[in-house]
Design a protein around this ligand. Sequence first.
Ligand code: P53
Length: 478
Amino acid sequence: MTSNGFPKDFLWGGATAANQCEGAYDADGRGLANVDVVPIGEIRFDVITGKRKMLDFEEGYFYPAKESIDMYHRYKEDIALFAEMGFKTYRLSIAWTRIFPKGDEETPNEAGLIFYENLFKECRKYGIEPLVTITHFDCPIHLIKTYGGWRSRQMLVFYERLCRTLFTRYKGLVKYWLTFNEINMILHAPFMGAGLVFEAGEDEETIKYQAAHHELVASSIATKLAHEIDPENKIGCMLAAGDYYPYTPNPKDVWRALELNRDNYFFIDVQARGEYPNYAKKAWERKGIKVEMIQEDLELLKNYTVDFISFSYYSSRVASADPKVNEETQGNIFASVKNPYLDASEWGWQIDPLGLRITLNTIWDRYQKPMFIVENGLGAVDTPDENGYVADDYRIDYLRSHIKAMRDAINLDGVELLGYTTWGCIDLVSAGTGEMKKRYGFIYVDRDNDGRGTLKRSKKKSFDWYKKVIASQGKDLE
Ligand code: P53
């Protein structure tokens, strides 16, 4: 521990996801994925939730991920900037379709493997520890068309092949892995989360939980493989977190909050404890949800739980059992009743730093496994001056208050936290809306919602601020 309460080897850094920053969607043999064919605009929500089938680019829509911020060609410049801020870690994801363009090939695409190898080496050059999300929402389109995405058990074979390839090839270069980004997203945005599209009359709930089962087993298979290939490997699960509060002390509200929390913690209960919780089995029974599973699955789940628990945190949530309490927060896939005590971002995401401390404590109390905050930050409109400089004090305020909350959770509550990576450390495409305008970065990127701009990078005020935070190991937050 340092005098500030952060562990000496605390992993400070930032996070991105392949499709939101790389661009170069068809370079060097890369195949098409679900995350490529989600356009910006009103239709996006229906596409990411699987209500509107879009399995290819269609006329009349703009697809921001095609080019993104072109990090594929600019990663050296970008990693140099991360290093200048003093990053100890950089969280990024692998684009599955760079490695296996269709998903079911026997042999990987060497060009894709080389790309990430070079990227990891670039990180290592600066002493930056890569933290790698194996799948950040991406699923090859071919696997969706041919097998139905994660509803199919055959995905286990393809995912295992992907993992084996990655763990073997990057042994010694990468140690920290996350199996599925925001695994609970499958319930809220099933196309983006798991490559699911629904036909009329299908039992969507059953399909979602069947897909969830496959991902959970796949995650255990990955853990098993990772440890076999290199005992140094550490595997984490990843939850879109943020506890639900009851709207009032009415026990019905408290119960509703408990139920909604369980909908999310369900995934981590399996990944961290190794078995399906009774409440889920009972709920499936009541709802007539039959998830097909074999004995071997249950053994995998039991024997290969995760080493650590990672999560994203943007906001807490609120639950009410009263249908009259129906004023919801805007702009989030995770619907929540509005909390009258909190301010909100320009996109309606409510700001609750104490909620981060609460969430850290809930997770710690529930699992007693080391945690990693792998996403946190403020999506905001930035107005750069002629040099591309943004005085983003609002972002600094947001991050400062959340870092303080995390410090309290470590110091005052004794939770075990491995590190903190802010979301979108460089401006990138929003997953929820497809906008460029919703920016999270310390680094401004000249590009707008329509894809115009020079892609030039420039430092915001928060760049120097975060640099100071890291250099002082979290002591100097002013
Ligand atoms: P954006 C909500 C909606 C979509 C993705 O979100 C989300 C969430 C958060 O609960 O999850 C993560 O870009 C995700 C990132 C994403 C980030 O939140 O909609 O892991 O890919 O960019 C922020 O503002």
